[in-house]
Design a protein around this ligand. Structure first.
Ligand code: MN3
Length: 229
């Protein structure tokens, strides 16, 4: 391996290494660097949407989360502790802790490289949904029918099964305010800011396109971690 290719792969290695500890971080929270360039997901997710989404929306959640934790004196809490006890922390923490966690996950489960789920994850998907295509269909149905802003999730239940749900606003299955709780391994942002510049009102076209840029290696890793005994 030439030195320049080692240097080029360093950000990705660091990003991957950081993923598993993100939930254990405490304030002040920081955005991780994107593991690809802003135009890397073209044409499925356009560069202008990525720029605004990552540099303004996500950055805004992080700043507001840090401010809200300072105001409430909860700066010693890890992200995991915040999410699992969010019902007691007020709407500003709920919206912005969710906003930070959800986008951190979202960037990590996208990639221009695509690929396929591992055999282990494929088997679990087939057991739960019958086929990968059926899982995608159910995810897209959950995403398409989420009224207003929110997320669709593929997640691991406390029993270790795969399931699909959707949540409003910036809620997610790790929060103590949701009915379908568990560990998310893949999520689709269906806020209009995630697709409107390119797809306008055609949320369905965005949902079809996003499957071209799923980072299955990262979804595999999250599945393995969530099902670890
Ligand atoms: Mn978003």
């Amino acid at each position: 391996m030439k030195i320049h290719s080692i240097l080029l792969s360093l950000p990705l290695l660091l990003f991957t290494a950081c993923q598993s500890v993100a939930q254990d971080n405490t304030a002040p929270f920081k955005q991780q660097e994107l593991p690809y360039s802003l135009d890397a997901l073209e044409p499925h997710i356009d560069v202008q949407t990525m720029e605004i989404h990552y540099s303004r929306h996500h950055a805004g959640y992080v700043n507001n989360l840090n401010a809200a934790l300072k105001e409430s004196g909860a700066e010693d809490k890890t992200l995991k502790e915040i999410l699992s006890n969010v019902s007691n922390m007020g709407d500003k923490v709920r919206n912005n802790a969710g906003g930070h966690y959800n986008h951190d996950l979202f960037w990590s489960v996208l990639s221009p490289d695509g690929g396929e789920p591992s055999e282990e994850l494929s088997n679990a998907i087939n057991d739960a949904f019958g086929s990968i295509d059926e899982m995608k269909k159910q995810m897209n149905a959950a995403a398409a029918t989420r009224f207003g802003s929110g997320w669709a999730w593929l997640y691991v239940t406390s029993g270790g099964d795969l399931a699909i749900t959707s949540t409003p606003n910036q809620d997610n299955p790790l929060m103590d305010v949701v009915t379908d709780s568990g560990t998310p391994i893949f999520g689709i942002d269906v806020w209009e800011h995630a697709y409107y510049l390119k797809y306008q009102n055609k949320r369905g076209d965005y949902l079809s396109a996003i499957w071209n840029v799923v980072n299955w290696k990262e979804v595999d890793r999250r599945y393995a971690e969530a099902t670890k005994k």
